[in-house]
Design a protein around this ligand. Sequence first.
Ligand SMILES: [Cu+2]
Length: 645
Amino acid sequence: MPHPLDPLTADEIRRAAAIVRHDREAGDGWRFASIELKEPAKADLPALENGRLAADGRLAGREALVVCWNRADGQAYRATVSLSGGAGKAAGAGGEVTGWEHLPGQQPNMTVDEWHECDEMLRAHPALARALARRGITDMSRVLTDMWAYGAALVPERYRGRRLGWSDVWYRGSERGNPYAHHVSGLHPVVDLNTMTLLEMEDSYEGGEAPDVMGEYLPSLIPMRLREVTPLEISQPQGVGFTLDGYQLSWQNWQLRLGFNHREGLVLHQVGWQDGEGRLRSVAHRLSFAEMVVPYRDAGPDHYRRTAFDIGEWGLGFMTTSLSLGCDCLGEITYLDAVVHDSRGEPRTIPNAICVHEEDSGVGWKHVDERAGVEVRRARRLVVSFHVTVANYEYLVYWRFYQDGNIECEVRATGILVTSHTAAPGSRPANGTLVDQDTYAPFHQHFIVARLDLDVDGADNTVYVTDSVPAPAGGDDPFGLGLVVRTTPLRTEEGGKQDYDWGTQRGWKVVNDNVPNGLGTPVGYKLVPSAAFPPLLDPASPAFQRAQVIGHTLWVTPYREDERWPCGDFPVQSSRDSGLTVWTEAGRSIENTDVVLWYVFGIHHITRPEDWPVMPSDVVSFWLKPSGFFDRNPALDVPPSHDLG
Ligand SMILES: [Cu+2]
């Protein structure tokens, strides 16, 4: 019996698609954009876990959420599929479609199949061959096209209503050369993805040679010898310190449940801390990345359409790549596979998609005393990670659990920068950095939205903004030394829109006012911001209109089961976000209730020559730190290293 939060299995994915095909007579012309577990309502979970009964007493079954569309007319639908109930109308499948919602005017997420079909179609198209031949490129086996989605405001009037893609064209310098090293600047096919036909070939080529670029990273292709490095190995001769039972992960005091879907990739459920008395204390109900917005900040013809929604358009789950031992992860590693699907509803397994392992983390605490001597503890952390490749870029995501109650979320961005040729030989770009001969990388920003459904010792929490301010001098403080922390509760969604302020060392404390710690103060966890930056976008610009979540560092909403995607359910070809800005218009109460935090962080990427030809990992993170959750340092009971084994 699966746990109610376990991701859909390959068999369940296949059955969900078969049930929709059968019940809705969805033939070969239909495509599946997404098939995922419909997670049970939060209120039903405890009952489901003990005896699998929903709150109303009915037998709980597994359900899938399916988004599909008919390529013939472009109409999209969202289905709820019962995988276990029903009269088994679909031959041999069991289950039935229990909900069916038409989504007029919406474009479902892009699919990997469309990306490949588009590339194949274009590379076989005479119009592309002609455009490339003018530039002296005739070997089509070295050509790669890379299709991007549109924002509605940029769709030409004549193509309104179609499912559209626009594409870059790239050329490999050799058989195994970097596909993103040589941009065929000024050449952009526009494609109808439903008919998979070329609508037009934008081409602004006016002659001239492509720049001579060294864009390679394979050892056999780079113009230098590899440096000498000695081996560094990590071993745990007595095995690992964690246990994994299905998707349930336990390590020292930490307990959590792993999940995975096409859009968020890795999801962490039911994160809790087991205290010394065997009491499991809740910290978070659910942690994930809900959106990533990457506006390129260059208005030139090669880049003006480039605002990627890597989660809403493409999906971190779909883009997850297999990890390899000794390279991506060092030491005693446990891997989990993940299952996604293709656009025909066939499951696709990603082997070694999620990595679980322990890491040394330097000194955890230490004191040297004349009499007691040196007392020092190594710190250790449990890491759960996954890597995604979104065309040219890699995002590596690490959730780290520490012995002192800290949770760290780290993102590394690496891969290949998008580049194009400068306007003229020798010219300097206004909105980017020269990274190779007459080749520049436009400035851009990666905004990641973490959806943090914290439940600190229970669901009813209040978020307090904390600002450090100097106390006014005088009175009892003639030397002006006093520092006070101004703590202000966020009561409604309007107040829940928060901006970072390094000047006051602002943070946000998620507090359960109903539960005191041993000192009599309420328990809490603090969101410690870092890697936050302003959008620096005109509020009227289409990029901002589609992703208004990036206008604040933090948003706080009351938990609603169907509020999952901050820029809206379907950002593909959107004109305005239909997520957080719409939900928060109601100004709902966020006081002493089940709150969800939406934290916006990422990389303000002012490109550098050192980011080329492959970018050294850029590392950003934020922390969730216990703040009065414990009565004292919870890592006091960590044994000294010489006692181990
Ligand atoms: Cu970047």
